[in-house]
Design a binder for this molecule. Structure first.
Ligand SMILES: [Zn+2]
Length: 399
């Protein structure tokens, strides 16, 4: 997919000079380096080595926004020169409801390279993912980075501050369903519009961070966003493998209409930028294991993209999920789970049940298909229409 930086589209006050540049010689040498780099033991045999080589070639054939090294790179009010780490805000102006300020950090490497966007907190109580980005803000060293990293740690500030799961309490909308957004919509739509212009349009690759929300017990997994562009999808797949989570959902059914892309990952993918979504953490917790999965995965993707020195660690044999069967409750009452996150369940197996407030069972939830419990409701509160569980149906073969 053709990628063009349209300076008409940016509301940045001081957009850095950008040009689309591709160096065949550099690409050839990267491909050769990568091909020789992966020992058979790590890469899992000769075939994966060939795939890695194809990845290196695909990486090079995708156009990358190369920002003139001396110019500033600006996202919202954060404007960084090479070697700088600068903080600022995406100012969402007031409209039919109040405005807001979304924190943003630009880490500008001393060496040239692509731009990677890391976005978390669309759901402001998926805490592990937010803390992982906060740690990366602290840890990323511009002297080590080739290229630029845009970090948006907390898209949904009101959700975080008010401890409201799933939605932006200002307009009751999920902040990962209204992309590419609207300049004259509600706060969620205006914020989505700004993130599309300031973050998606200015990056080459994007990772969207999520996890189990306050009421979700979730096992870690990634989404590989399949756009239909084979070359781009090959790179996105390698990003998912480099991230290292061992369950990967093949996400091929996102909307293809550019004006209704809904999800952030899909908005990036449909604009020609390889994108993945990653999920870890559950039910309000900030477990070290989950935060480290997200942190280490990000650094590994940066190594795969040659934005950091060192070698990426690719997950060798992930469980590929071909579809998700979701189970919701037709009744309001008290929920009792019978399985845990990550359990493999057979079709028809009971996942849990709902009672009325006197203890009488009024609904039994059964698995509509065999698969992995990606997440299950973590709290007794159950309202009619609420999600009980998502079952990941395992793909017959690896893509
Ligand atoms: Zn989320």
């Amino acid at each position: 997919m053709k990628r063009v930086h349209d300076s008409q589209n940016t509301s940045s006050p001081q957009p850095g000079k950008q040009k689309i540049k591709r160096s065949e010689n550099l690409c050839g040498s990267i491909a050769r380096k990568l091909a020789s780099r992966y020992p058979r033991r790590l890469a899992g045999g000769a075939m994966p080595r060939i795939l890695r080589l194809l990845f290196a070639l695909a990486l090079c054939s995708l156009p990358v926004l190369v920002h003139a090294q001396e110019s500033r790179f600006t996202v919202g009010t954060a404007s960084a020169k090479p070697g700088e780490k600068v903080t600022g805000y995406l100012d969402v102006p007031a409209g039919i409801d109040p405005g807001t300020q979304i924190p943003v950090v630009v880490v500008r490497g001393t060496k040239p390279g692509p731009t990677l966007a890391l976005v978390s907190g669309a759901h402001g109580t998926e805490y592990a993912s937010i803390i992982a980005i906060e740690k990366l803000i602290h840890d990323l060293d511009p002297a080590q980075v080739s290229g630029t990293v845009i970090l948006v740690p907390l898209v949904n500030l009101a959700s975080f501050e008010q401890k409201v799961p799933h939605v932006n309490p200002v307009d009751k909308k999920s902040m990962n369903r209204f992309y590419p957004g609207k300049a004259d919509g509600t706060q969620t739509e205006r914020a989505s519009y700004l993130i599309t212009k300031e973050v998606v349009d200015k990056c080459d690759y994007l990772i969207d961070f999520h996890g189990g929300d306050l009421d979700e017990s979730l096992r870690p997994y990634a989404y590989w966003v399949v756009s239909g562009n084979a070359k781009q999808d090959g790179v996105a797949k390698e990003m998912a493998l480099a991230f290292g989570l061992d369950h990967i959902i093949i996400s091929a059914d996102r909307p293809k209409d550019l004006s209704a892309t809904r999800y952030l990952d899909n908005t990036a993918a449909m604009r020609g930028k390889p994108a993945v979504t990653v999920e870890a953490g559950f039910a309000g917790t900030v477990e070290t294991d989950d935060v480290e999965l997200l942190e280490r995965g990000t650094l590994s993707v940066m190594r795969a993209l040659k934005m950091l020195p060192g070698e990426a660690r690719f997950v060798e044999h992930p469980v590929w999920i071909q579809s998700i069967a979701d189970v919701s409750s037709p009744v309001t009452g008290i929920f009792y789970p019978l399985v845990k996150r990550g359990t493999f369940v057979g079709e028809g197996m009971e996942l849990g049940y709902v009672t009325d407030y006197f203890g009488k069972t009024i609904f039994e939830a059964h698995a509509p298909a065999a698969g992995v419990v990606l997440h299950i409701c973590a709290v007794p509160t159950m309202n009619k229409g609420d999600n009980i569980a998502n079952i990941g149906v395992v793909a017959a073969k690896a893509p």
